[in-house]
Design a protein around this ligand. Structure first.
Ligand SMILES: Nc1ncnc2c1ncn2[C@@H]1O[C@H](COP(=O)(O)OP(=O)(O)OP(=O)(O)O)[C@@H](O)[C@H]1O
Ligand SMILES: [Mg+2]
Length: 325
């Protein structure tokens, strides 16, 4: 068996979540996992499977948002030969493929009303019948539903069946956004630096304290996935093996980002320093050009560089393209 995924977290809220998850894992109870995009919902679903008595069985993920309606039924239930035009051979569906394992319904809120009705029947009867089939099969699977839209609100607007919601929502696990658990940031950042260094065959760089301090007050609209991408970027940008704040993607450190995405709002001096840095990067560290854009003299620019501890020359050889988050 593959090594279980690491679910990293030192914060009180994540430890509480993991305790609840550990209690839920060995049971067959249906679980609903909620949380913003990139918080770790898919990872938690896998963690539950790996810590269940079904760990040796299949782990099947159905992306409910991406399956077009006409295909959905055939995909989920499978079909017998001749069930419809083009069904030249029998095929097992995903429900069957997940027997004795875990079936994850990702983006469950995207299911159409018709698909919700069919899913409800399967969960209640614990049996599936292939399209065009005669004999139904008992379905021994553990269901996990994942969503980043509020299912209770969807039920209130009648976009999601209340009876299906109650069937699914036996155990509810909500993964909190990263900005609400800043204590997890240092560990996660270090973890992702290690992974990125390994993947790129680079020696392990040091994560400077100023970088960690910066990350701890950033609000991470893209949650853990954004942190992961930022560390990948930083590992490649830090040519001397020391990850400083300037190695983070500029969309996190720009003056505009400081205004919009920090938990603690920046001072004027911090904004000025960030803006000077941004302009220097923009003009490839040509001081005369930067001074012209900033509307100050070169002498004044040099004074500010000294005052803010900004290097006179770029500290990286190459700034890799930023991955899109
Ligand atoms: N606590 C954690 N420890 C280690 N890695 C994590 C943790 N949380 C998330 N990750 C990693 O961050 C990335 C994003 O997590 P994941 O894909 O589970 O998020 P998600 O909530 O399912 O996002 P989406 O809503 O876009 O589907 C993955 O690479 C995952 O392995
Ligand atoms: Mg996911």
């Amino acid at each position: 068996m593959a090594t279980p995924e690491l679910f990293i977290g030192a914060s009180v809220s994540l430890q509480t979540l993991l305790k609840e998850a550990a209690r839920a894992a060995p049971t067959d109870a249906t679980v609903v996992i909620t949380g913003e995009s990139g918080v770790g919902k898919s990872l938690l679903a896998r963690w539950l499977h790996e810590h269940s008595r079904r760990a040796a069985g299949p782990f099947v993920v159905i992306d409910c948002g991406s399956l077009p309606e006409p295909l959905l039924e055939a995909e989920l239930f499978g079909y017998e030969r001749g069930a419809f035009t083009g069904a030249t051979a029998a095929k097992a569906g995903r429900f069957e493929a997940a027997r004795h394992g875990t079936l994850v319904l990702d983006e469950v809120a995207a299911l159409s009303p018709a698909a919700q009705t069919k899913l409800l029947r399967v969960i209640e009867e614990r049996r599936v019948l292939r399209l065009g089939g005669i004999r139904s099969l008992t379905l021994d699977v553990r269901f996990i539903a994942v969503t980043n839209t509020d299912l209770t609100a969807a039920v209130a607007r009648r976009a999601f069946r209340a009876d299906l919601f109650h069937r699914l929502n036996v155990i509810a696990l909500d993964v909190p956004p990263l900005r609400d658990r800043a204590d997890d940031i240092p560990l996660l950042a270090q973890h992702f630096v290690g992974l990125a260094a390994q993947r790129n065959h680079l020696p392990l760089p040091t994560l400077e304290a100023e970088t960690v301090a910066f990350l701890k007050q950033y609000d991470f609209p893209g949650n853990v996935r954004e942190l992961q991408h930022a560390m990948e970027h930083a590992v490649l940008a830090a040519a001397d093996g020391r990850i400083r704040r300037e190695h983070l993607p500029s969309r996190m450190t720009s003056a505009a980002a400081l205004i919009r995405h920090t938990v603690r709002k920046p001072t004027l001096a911090e904004l000025e320093a960030a803006y000077i840095w941004e302009i220097l990067q923009h003009v490839g560290w040509r001081k005369a050009e930067a001074a012209r854009i900033l509307g100050i003299s070169r002498k004044n620019l040099y004074e500010k560089l000294r005052a803010y501890g900004i290097p006179y020359h770029p500290t990286t050889d190459a700034s890799p393209a930023e991955p899109s988050t």
